[in-house]
Design a protein around this ligand. Structure first.
Ligand SMILES: C[S@@+](CC[C@H](N)C(=O)[O-])C[C@H]1O[C@@H](n2cnc3c(N)ncnc32)[C@H](O)[C@@H]1O
Ligand code: SF4
Length: 416
């Protein structure tokens, strides 16, 4: 797969040298928030990052897709936002300071009728569009257009074997198209900047990949300046099911495995943080919001905690609400509430777990009117659960400023 590089060369690759000073230089452009940037934004209550959804339509059928709950658009009160409403929300985000608009995708973002119009709007307003895509709709023309619009691309790449890719998405012929698209992105120059403008998104499931393959894909990413999300599943939607999820021990082994390669072969030292390998630490909860297809607002695109509803309140009102400020106050620094609460045995229904923390919080504080409006709005939303149930326990809310206790053992900190 692609360029092969000797171990001696690896440590001198420009992006690897840069990352020894600033690990975020290995992350994808538009998502490379370092601690000082986050601290500065927090000090001024500034938003940096808005996640929002495009269409829930998708021609693939991934057995692990976390976004299926968002496709129940026939539920009363759940009508999809229009292209004009999307643009208005982006305008509001920009006024709050946003520099990145990310599309994680309720379905396949590239088939939304407003996709190109909205990307142009983001580009014209000086922000970075970040697009997650299966690669099914990428070709020379669309890749060139995305390049000129300043986009950063996360492309699905679950395996180097097209047959495995086909099985994972349930569509024959997909793997060949997507692998070609991955290489076209490199050829067009998406990996020629620091930070890079491209990443692979690889979900590691119990049934498909082995460590040898992860090892090959991880090295290819490092050698070619391609950021990687190589990670265990988010327990939502089709993946809200114990039979497809990695347990915590295996997730830790996966991360330690990537950390060892980085240390021994690339001379990179960092403290890893579950659930992401390669030194990546998600900080988006501290600096952003996620808006789904229907205007529901959450802390992140994994649908962790409901924070408001845009049919009732403006983005600014939601951003500044008492509960939203409380949610983004603790230093996230890589912590993934979605996976951790499942690993801790929390097993509530899909909508209950998104509101549970607020209901606990409301017992000790005055009700937040923005959240009360959102609760009214979602009261008719019934999300069907695909997975198995086990015992239910209380969801922990971290005290102000606290770091989650249950992180990986510390390794040597990054050397200056
Ligand atoms: C939900 S998809 C939407 C965008 C596009 N359709 C795609 O597949 O890339 C965005 C990314 O999330 C990944 N994904 C899907 N279900 C997931 C889950 N349960 N846990 C973690 N990632 C997941 C997909 O593989 C994909 O890389
Ligand atoms: S992961 Fe992406 S490609 Fe797969 S079904 Fe979900 S939205 Fe479609």
């Amino acid at each position: 797969m692609g360029k092969s590089i000797t171990v001696a060369d690896r440590k001198n690759l420009p992006h690897i040298v840069a990352a020894r000073q600033r690990i975020e230089d290995l992350w994808a452009r538009g998502t490379d928030y370092c601690e000082s940037t986050v601290a500065e934004a927090q000090a001024h209550a500034r938003m940096l990052h808005l996640d929002m959804d495009f269409t829930g339509e998708c021609q693939l059928k991934c057995f692990y897709c976390d976004r299926t709950p968002d496709r129940y658009s026939d539920v009363p009160n759940r009508t999809e936002l229009t292209t004009e409403q999307h643009k208005d929300i982006i305008r509001q985000a920009r006024e709050l300071g946003a520099t990145t608009i990310e599309f994680p995708g309720a379905g396949e973002p590239m088939i939304d009728p407003g996709f190109w119009e909205i990307l142009e709007y983001i580009h014209d307003n000086g922000m970075i569009p970040v697009v997650f895509t299966s690669g099914w709709h990428l070709n020379e023309l669309t890749i060139d257009r995305l390049y000129r619009l300043g986009a950063t691309i996360f492309i699905k790449h679950n395996s180097d074997d097209p047959r495995v890719q086909d099985k994972m998405v349930g569509v024959k012929g997909y793997g060949r198209v997507a692998t070609r698209a991955l290489h076209l992105l490199v050829e067009r120059g998406f990996a020629s900047t620091i930070p890079t403008r491209m990443a692979i998104d690889m979900v590691v499931t119990l049934h498909f990949q082995d460590m040898e393959e992860i090892d090959t894909i991880f090295r290819w990413c490092r050698d070619n300046n391609v950021h990687n999300y190589i990670m265990t599943l988010i327990p939502e939607g089709m993946a809200d099911h114990r039979q497809v999820l990695f347990e915590k021990r295996r997730a830790d082994e996966l991360i330690e495995f990537m950390t060892r390669i980085d240390r021994e072969e690339y001379g990179l030292e960092y403290v890893p943080s579950r659930p992401m390998g390669g030194g990546y630490r998600c900080r988006q909860v501290n600096v952003g919001l996620f808006v789904n297809l229907f205007g529901e607002v959450y802390d992140c695109n994994g649908l962790g905690r409901l924070l408001g509803h845009l049919r009732h309140d403006s983005l600014a009102d939601i951003w500044q609400s008492t509960y939203a400020r409380r949610v983004r106050q603790p230093d996230q620094n890589g912590f993934c509430l979605l996976r951790e609460r499942q690993w801790r045995g929390v097993d509530l229904g899909p909508m209950d777990r998104k509101t549970e923390q607020y209901l606990h919080w409301r017992n000790r504080h005055e009700a937040d009117p923005v959240m009360e409006n959102a609760l009214d709005e979602i009261s008719q939303v019934e999300i069907h659960r695909r997975g198995a149930r086990s015992r239910a326990v209380d969801v922990e809310i971290l005290p102000a400023g606290a770091r989650p206790a249950d992180t990986l053992p510390a390794q040597a900190p990054a050397k200056p």
